[in-house]
Design a protein around this ligand. Structure first.
Ligand SMILES: *[C@@H]1O[C@H](CO)[C@@H](O)[C@H](O)[C@H]1NC(C)=O
Ligand SMILES: *[C@@H]1O[C@H](CO)[C@@H](O)[C@H](O)[C@H]1NC(C)=O
Ligand SMILES: *[C@@H]1O[C@H](CO)[C@@H](O)[C@H](O)[C@H]1NC(C)=O
Ligand SMILES: *[C@@H]1O[C@H](CO)[C@@H](O)[C@H](O)[C@H]1NC(C)=O
Length: 190
């Protein structure tokens, strides 16, 4: 056979069965593309609840209080932000922004202890198995964070995405060091 078209020549020397995926056989243990995971996470979430454990024993979530509010966002371009605050009036003195000379430092201290806000890029941890429903991400290196030592650092978070009664829920687990662990449940809103 004499082939003049260079494309046909290339195809003729390439085994089609190995060069092209077979649409009829599902991929076996095919690693999920990290962009597909990022796309699966991308969106806006509102906080449902938080819980804390120390050495697997439940403890009160002192930072967030009993009824925290929060918003978590992940973008398809690989950025995230999270903001969570307590809502108890005792933890939320009626302060305004910017701070005033007459404000009590102790009032601002309460606000600082009972809220968190940070943002930056995020990435999928490719060192452990990850797919579109469960795995691990790093929030960071953080560009901005109200906790000064978090700037430039990465926060490791486990994610599990699940459907429940027509809603998409996101469970985020974190190791906080010293045996402390946190679990945060979020509901997807877009
Ligand atoms: C948090 O919300 C999730 C989803 O609704 C629920 O499964 C879980 O039991 C709740 N946890 C706590 C500590 O309330
Ligand atoms: C809280 O501060 C705002 C702004 O100064 C003021 O309008 C409001 O009345 C204050 N509320 C309470 C409960 O003190
Ligand atoms: C995703 O990964 C988790 C744990 O690695 C596994 O239990 C689950 O079956 C996987 N889900 C899919 C859809 O592959
Ligand atoms: C997060 O996932 C890793 C790897 O599966 C696991 O070792 C760790 O215990 C998990 N941490 C939390 C807080 O869920």
């Amino acid at each position: 056979m004499y082939i003049t078209n260079p494309l046909f020549a290339l195809l003729a020397t390439t085994s089609l069965t190995t060069a092209l995926p077979n649409p009829n056989s599902p991929p076996k243990n095919k690693p999920v593309k990290t962009q597909d995971i990022i796309n699966a996470l991308a969106g806006t979430y509102t906080l449902i609840n938080t819980s804390s454990t120390l050495n697997n024993v439940p403890i009160p979530d002192l930072a967030y209080g009993e009824a925290p509010v929060g918003i978590l966002t992940y973008s398809r371009s690989g950025y995230m932000s999270a903001t969570i605050t307590a809502t108890e009036p005792a933890l939320r003195p009626n302060l305004t922004f910017p701070f005033q000379a007459s404000d009590l430092d102790s009032d601002w201290a309460l606000v600082g202890k009972h809220s968190i806000g940070y943002a930056g890029p995020f990435r999928v941890n490719e060192a452990i198995p990850a797919n579109k429903t469960s795995g691990q991400v790093f929030h960071g290196p953080l560009v901005a964070a109200n906790v000064p030592t978090w700037v430039g650092k990465e926060q490791r978070r486990n994610y599990t995405i699940m459907r429940e009664g027509g809603k998409t829920l996101l469970r985020i687990g974190s190791e906080r060091g010293g045996g402390y662990r946190g679990v945060l449940w979020w509901k997807k809103v877009d």
